[in-house]
Each structure stands twice: as C-alpha cells, then as structure tokens.
Design a protein around this ligand. Structure first.
Ligand code: NDP
Length: 249
C-alpha cells in the first residue's frame, strides 16, 4: 500500500524535470495525479502513459499557470475527474537570466508571472477546498536563489524570495485548518533548466557544492514525499534546502 494511496494531487509543470519526478513519486505511492504544462504535449502524454502503466489515474492539461481563469477551470475539472484534492505542488517555473543592466522588462514579467503569480493562481484556486475539508498540503518548489540571491537572477531571485514569504504567511493562515504548507529550495538540479550552462560555469558551480555533485530531480522528489508524509507532521512553513550544501549559512 502506497504512502498516498487514495489521495489526489495536482502538480504544476509536471511534464519535465523536477515536476515529472514528483508526478512519478506520487504515482508510485498510489496517488492520482493531474498535472499541467505549456508546450511539451508529447512529453506530457508519454508521462501520462507511464503513470497509467503503474495502475494510477493521471491527467495532463495544457494550461498556462499565468492565466488565472484557465488555472481555476483546470483545478475544478481535475478535482471532479479524480474525485477530490489533497495535495498541491507548485512546481512550474522558468528562468530568464541576465544582469539587471541588460534585462528587458518582458524577462522580468515572464519570470514573476510564471513563478510567483502562477503559484498564487494554483494555490488560490485550490485553497477553499483544502480548508473546507480540513486537511491537505501545499508544497512550493522554490530555489536557493530566493534566499541567497544569484548573479543574473534578480527576476528569478525575487520570484523565489516572494514564494518563500508566501509559504510562511500561508502556512500560518492554514495551520488552524489542518492544512500544512512548506517549500523545498533546490540548488543545482540536472534538468533542462541547466541546459544553457557552459562547461566552465558548471565546473565553478561544482566547486561550490560540498557534496561534489549536481543534484537529481529525485533528490527533490524525495524531500517532497517527506513533507507530504506524517513523518513531517510537525514541520510547517519551512523552506528546506536541497542543494548538496551549496547555500549552507
Ligand atoms: P524544467 O525547465 O525542466 O521544467 C519546467 C516545467 O514547468 C515544465 O513542465 C514546463 O512545461 C512547466 N512550465 C513552464 N512554464 C509554465 C507555465 N507558464 N504554465 C505551466 N507550466 C509551465 O524545470 P525544472 O524541472 O528544472 O524546474 C522545476 C522547478 O524547480 C521550477 O520552479 C524551478 O524554478 C525550480 N528549480 C530548479 C532548479 C534546477 O537546477 N533545475 C534549481 C532550483 C529550483 P513544458 O514542458 O510544457 O515547457
């Protein structure tokens, strides 16, 4: 019997990378999953087949997290189709790295709209249901960039710093209703997001990681599982770093 047998989860940005690893982790634990994506229909459909092969219900929807009406419809339909909602994972995110001096306003707005406003949209569309049933979880996928700040990422750091503050405030709002809110802040994780990094920068990054390796998407998914489980029942409003020690303070 899986850890989340009979539960229902929604995961934003589930088609690739960390989101995909979280969808598979949930499915292996018996949880039905609805996830969204924006571009990669082929990857989304392949993941749905893989999850269904595990004997678990899975639905993928092409929904932009930046569009609140579309997100609301997606959450309502997922809830109806899968028979409830217990777990919300805000994972969809993008980078548009540039020093501020060279940053066009559209790169600022794209990152804030996707990472920060997207999280608000998905959480806002789900929260009434979670509070009303007096149980459930929200886990936000943040970044160490949100707490330490990284060069070239003023937009991304601001979005993730906002996500961290949102996590703490919402955790306090929801705790009296039995709903726990926490976040995971990955360091460097091997996904498409790191594709643009050249070999020299990768070497420099590796030098700063005490554990001496880039993380795997499953390193993040494992901590999400812990935060959703009863083993973390007394953890609330925390931003758990999963970074091989990169941002130890
Ligand atoms: P990827 O680029 O590999 O995947 C991003 C996912 O988000 C895809 O499924 C993508 O869908 C989806 N997505 C992007 N924009 C939207 C949107 N507007 N609406 C709906 N879905 C969207 O990223 P990662 O897996 O690396 O990152 C996942 C999360 O982890 C992000 O929040 C990121 O900031 C965070 N993170 C990642 C780190 C890393 O080193 N990789 C480090 C720290 C944090 P589609 O396939 O259709 O494009």
């Amino acid at each position: 019997m899986g850890l989340f047998q009979g539960k229902v989860a929604v995961v934003s940005g589930g088609s690739r990378g960390i989101g995909r690893a979280i969808v598979l982790m949930l499915a292996r634990e018996g949880c039905s999953v609805a996830f969204n994506y924006v571009h990669n229909t082929a990857k989304a459909e392949a993941l749905v087949s893989e999850v269904q092969g595990l004997g678990v219900e899975c639905v993928a929807s092409q929904v932009d997290v930046c569009d609140f009406d579309a997100v609301k419809k997606w959450i309502d339909e997922s809830k109806a189709r899968l028979g409830g909602l217990d777990i919300v994972v805000n994972n969809a995110g993008v980078i548009r790295d540039k020093n501020l001096l060279m940053m066009p306003p559209e790169d600022w707005h794209t990152v804030i709209n996707t990472n920060l406003n997207g999280m608000f949209h998905v959480s806002r569309a789900s929260i009434f249901h979670l509070l009303k049933q007096r149980r459930g979880h929200i886990v936000n996928i943040s970044s160490i960039s949100g707490s330490i700040g990284l060069v070239g990422q003023t937009n991304y750091s601001a979005s993730k710093g906002g996500m961290n503050a949102f996590t703490k405030a919402l955790a306090k709002e929801c705790a009296p209703y039995g709903v726990r809110v926490n976040a995971v802040a990955p360091g460097f994780i091997e996904t498409d997001m790191l594709e643009g990094i050249d070999e020299a920068s990768r070497e420099a990054v590796l030098k700063g990681i005490p554990l001496g390796r880039i993380g795997k998407a499953d390193d993040v998914a494992g901590v999400v599982r812990f935060l959703l489980s009863e083993e973390s029942a007394y953890i609330l409003g925390q931003i758990i770093q999963v970074d091989g020690g990169l941002a130890i303070r």
